[in-house]
Structure formats: C-alpha cells, structure tokens
Write a protein that binds this ligand. Sequence first.
Ligand code: ADP
Ligand code: MG
Length: 351
Amino acid sequence: MPGSALGIIGSGQLGSMLCQAAKKLNIKTVVISDDDKGPAQNFTDEFIFSKYEDKNKIKEFLKKVDIVTYEFENIPVNVLEEIEKEKKVYPKPEINKIIQNRKLEKTFVNNLGIKTTKWAFIKSARDIKKNEKLLPGILKTNTLGYDGRGQFILNSIDDLNKNWCFTADYILEKKVNLKKEISVVISRFKNGEKHIYEPIENIHKDQILKYSKIPADIKSNIYAEAQESAILIANKLDYVGTMCVEYFIDNKENLLVNEIAPRVHNSGHLTINAFSISQFENHIRAVCGLKKEKVEKIANAEMINILGKEIEMYRKKSYKTNEFFFDYEKTVIKEKRKMGHLTILKKDNSI
Ligand code: ADP
Ligand code: MG
C-alpha cells in the first residue's frame, strides 16, 4: 500500500535492494538490524540498531510500521512470533520455522513427492557410522548455515576428527555428482496469483554463488519440472512474497531440490535489470498486498558476484550501458564477503 510503512528485519544487501524497490512504489521502509554497519541504512527511510531480543526496541520498531518482512531466514522464530502478535509478518513465521531447519525443510519437500539429495539426521558419530552409505557426503549444521558456513566434507568416516564435538544437530547429505545448479525465483501474492521467473543457471565456488545467467542451459523437461515444483512448494506453504528454490541437476539428469530460501535470493539479482519488475519489487508488492503486474523480460543476462577485495578493482572500472555495477557500500572488506555484483545484459541474446 503506497503511503504505508514496511518494516524490514536485516540490513544487508538484500535489505538494501528491498528498500530501493519499496521507494519506487512510494512505500516507506524502517529497517531493524543487529549490525550497526549494515548497508541497508543507506537506503532505508529509518534505521533502528538493536539486538533482535530487545523487546523495547522491537516495540519502537512495531509502532512505526504496518507490515513486517525480513531479508534472511535465521531470525529466532520466537522473535518473529512475538512480532506477529502485533503486526502482519510475511512470509509467515511458521514457514520460516520449517525452512530454517534443514531436517524439517527436506521432510516437507520429500512429503510433496519432490526429490532432494539423499540425507539423514545426525546427532552423533554413531549416526554417521549407521549412514555410511551417504559417504562421500557433506555434513551440514541443521540450522544457521549460509554461504557454505557450517558445512564439512566427509569423504570417509576417517575424516571425522576424533575430537569432533557434536554440539549441534546436523544432517548428512550424500555428495551429488553435479552436472549443473539452477534456481527458480517465484513471487506469490495474497490472492494466490504468482509470477515465476525462468530458471537461472548458477555456478558456485567454495560453496558460494559466483555466477548466474539466464537462460539456463537446461532441457525443456527440467525447465518445466523446476517451475512446477517451485509452484507446488509456494502453494503448499501458502507463501506470500518472493522465494527461491535451489536445485541440483545430477549427471543422470535428475532434478533434486537443494534448499529453499524464504526470501529474495542472490541468484535473482539479475531480475533487477533483465525484467520490468524485479524479484525485490514483486516481494514488496506481494507482502504489501498490491496486485500482481505483468512482468516483461528485457534481455538475457549474466551476473557476477563480487567477493572480498575484488570490489576494489570493480570500483575503479568504467562500465558500458548494458553493464550494471552494484556496490553494496559495505564499510569492511572481508575475504569471501559479498561486496557487490555486476549484471551484464545480453541485448543480442548471445548467451
Ligand atoms: P548454504 O545454505 O550455505 O547456501 P547449500 O546447502 O546451498 O548451503 O550449499 C552450498 C553449495 O555447496 C551448493 O550450492 C553446492 O554447490 C554445494 N553443495 C551443497 N550440498 C551439496 C551436495 N550434497 N552435493 C554436492 N554439492 C553440494
Ligand atoms: Mg544454498
């Protein structure tokens, strides 16, 4: 609703891009974050720096906003549930509760008849021994992982350090012989209408997204299956907003869900320039109860993630009219940290 105020939890680059999309729609934003250096403060109308557990600050935040959304899924569920008592939260906290927990997420997906990697829930070294058939595999913390954090490659049981402390719950996933990775970004509106973007092809390096492009070089049956599964997942969750389903395609052409992101997604950054309405604008439209608008494709595109020190070189470069450089304006450069991205539109459709 133009004229109303949207609260956004989290102040990273996704928050920044949500703020910019809201501004375009004349929707005021208030960002709350526990990072006093979060770049979204440069793009929001108001910024509140606070621990998420600080009830007084949350109260102050809620007084200023009509609707609440978030840019990352690892917000404590009890905090989101408290917020939901006062204001509408989209996507609903109960969705977040499933997706921020790999075991619940994979069980949900498998129960829909959609394939994931083979996996098991792990609490101890004994559980790993019982699931040796999943090796070589990847041990992932059951909650709180992102950009490959909290992941450990286990080629054999001997890789399990004797002093390994099982301080958290894990899942063990069989390592997939990857042919390709793709993602599908979908925005679902309150009346159940959807806009689904075409599948995006992704390349990860050291478990971090490095490169995305459209069109994805995939067979038409994989294209259709990826979109159908994303629609099924969004409908089943009664999802409101933009979400992303990450998929693996293995060397036997099986399509497997890797994970769901209940939020706008890095691979969808190219939608800002390649489509008339981006994943961010569609998210804002959906959570604020606006109607779905027709989305036109402008061009094929590729996107390069700029990590760590690479940003220094990109800041000095000059760009052509089909190249769009985004500097996230992060004050501290850290190795492997996402610092910006570059989208290149392929006007001649050459990719
Ligand atoms: P995060 O939550 O950190 O994004 P993911 O589970 O998506 O973690 O893993 C990040 C990347 O690591 C994937 O995109 C993929 O490239 C690689 N990866 C993760 N799990 C597997 C697997 N089971 N087999 C092969 N590669 C994997
Ligand atoms: Mg991922």
